[in-house]
Design a protein around this ligand. Sequence first.
Ligand SMILES: Nc1ncnc2c1ncn2[C@@H]1O[C@H](COP(=O)(O)OP(=O)(O)OP(=O)(O)O)[C@@H](O)[C@H]1O
Ligand SMILES: [Mg+2]
Length: 238
Amino acid sequence: MSAGGGGADASAPAVALRGVRFAYRPGTDVLDIAELTIGRGETVFLHGPSGSGKTTLLGVLAGVLRATAGEVRLLGTDLTALGSGARDAFRARHLGYVFQMFNLIPYLSVRENILLPVRLEPARRARLGGAPLAAAVDALAGELDLAGLLDRPIGELSVGQQQRVASARALIGGPELVIADEPTSALDTDRREQFLRLLFASCRRAGATLVFVSHDHTLMPLFSRVVELRAINRAAAC
Ligand SMILES: Nc1ncnc2c1ncn2[C@@H]1O[C@H](COP(=O)(O)OP(=O)(O)OP(=O)(O)O)[C@@H](O)[C@H]1O
Ligand SMILES: [Mg+2]
């Protein structure tokens, strides 16, 4: 097992779940997943009815939520064996997470929100290969049509603009695992395509694994694998 926010085992699958259960309240399981393994570099489209536990599963994968039973291995590290501080450190180092509710810091500018992961985690900054932070932000902002907004506070942005800021923040520093919870739901068609192109290109460049939640089934063919979370809350690979 790797220590705290430490390294990852390059030969281990990106995700390996065994007997995972999660309940917000004792006795009412929201997740019950016997087995789910996702290999390095896979791009996974995760879908299922509203309330089936997609956001909850992403929270467990990201270590925001701690499974109530079972083993949650990410890049070879068992998150259930780590305390919350070590899970936070692991997430900052290895994961990019586009939250369904964005979770942007409202009093910071767009630029500072995008830079948070590389400011907080030196290993993530090192993956920029010595490029100045401003150049990394400018490149992402250019690709996501955010260039004119970098010095604006988050509170002044539209929902679609916030979604693109959240995406840039997840992608900066090329994390090994990118988790995205309905990241295109507020985007118009052109911006959705632009965002998906960037997302896939960023994952390919970094050799990253992508777990992408969406209700938009027209996107399925873009992904290497489809996983359905059924209402009975068991993951089934299709
Ligand atoms: N913080 C919470 N406290 C208690 N129950 C919760 C909490 N968050 C979610 N739930 C419950 O857990 C279940 C799964 O919710 P979750 O948000 O994971 O579903 P989802 O598949 O992401 O749905 P959607 O497609 O609507 O986003 C739901 O029954 C929901 O009511
Ligand atoms: Mg959800």
